[in-house]
Design a protein around this ligand. Structure first.
Ligand SMILES: NC(=O)NCCC[C@H](N)C(=O)O
Length: 262
């Protein structure tokens, strides 16, 4: 059984200057954020994931949200080109990390934009949110990169939240979960289940029935627990102030090429 591995990236000292789009700006306690980030990394490790740290990018306040910089599928790493100008220089160190790991590296090229937070993989399907940080040309380049690898790319609209994965994520059986007021059109998904909180829509699949979730979604955790899942809760409140969620703080390397890992 190959070891489970994930990329994470320590918060920049300028974290508090991170972008906000759909929420009011409120002060961020960077020291608390660092402790919460350490707790998040610990939760991954405690659940069998070995974490590799991409070096912090001090000049990029949002660089801790490493998910947005790269999408990996079957040995290919697609380096994103963010829809937010201030986030474009986050990718250099991420590209270096995945290259060292042995991934075939492709880059999203202008005029395309893609944020990894808009890309939701579930089985053979790759849903991509369009309307916020990812544009139509981004969808075209995602198709060109991943359809030859066997993926089916399905564009879905995103207008109510920052990223597709701010609205929905998928359970291990492919059921897509979301908080209905924030989901543009649930009919795009073959199976959809409503959860009662915004943050309840965000799960990171840890393996087996375990789901990493934000502590701010206790009722959704209870609902999922009633369905047989085992929520693992982490407090990421300082990141939520910047529209971050559990998914965006790591990139799970499920199709890591071999040999790899230093
Ligand atoms: N994938 C994600 O949900 N990323 C969160 C990014 C938050 C950051 N403040 C941003 O606006 O880009």
């Amino acid at each position: 059984m190959p070891e489970l591995k994930a990329l994470v990236r320590p918060p920049s000292s300028r974290l508090a200057e991170g972008l906000v789009t759909h929420v009011e700006r409120v002060p961020v306690d960077r020291d608390l954020a660092v402790r919460q980030w350490e707790g998040y990394v610990r939760a991954l490790r405690d659940n069998g994931w070995r974490t590799l740290e991409v070096p912090a990018e001090e000049t990029c306040p949002d660089s801790v949200f490493v998910e947005d910089a790269v999408v990996v599928l079957r040995g290919t790493a697609l380096i994103c080109r963010s829809g937010a100008l201030s986030r474009r220089s986050e990718t250099a160190a991420v590209e270096e990390s995945v290259r060292v790991l042995g991934y075939t590296v492709r880059r999203v090229e202008a005029p395309a934009t893609i944020d990894g937070g808009d890309v939701l993989k579930s089985g053979e399907t790759v849903y991509v949110g369009v309307g916020g940080r990812t544009n139509e040309e981004g969808v075209r380049q995602l198709r060109a990169a991943f359809e030859p690898l066997g993926a089916r790319v399905v564009p879905v609209p995103v207008t109510r939240v920052l990223h597709l994965k701010s609205a929905v994520t998928a359970l291990p059986d492919g059921t897509v979960i979301g908080h209905p007021p924030l989901v543009d059109d649930p009919s795009h998904f073959p199976a959809f289940r409503a959860v009662p909180e915004e943050a309840g829509a965000h799960v990171v699949l840890l393996g087996g029935n375990r789901l990493l979730m934000a502590a701010s979604a206790p009722r959704s955790a209870e609902l999922l627990s009633g369905l047989g899942y085992e929520p693992v809760l982490v407090d990421i409140g300082e990141f939520e102030k910047l529209e971050g969620c559990v998914t965006c703080l790591s990139v799970r390397l499920r199709d890591l090429p071999e040999p790899a890992w230093p």
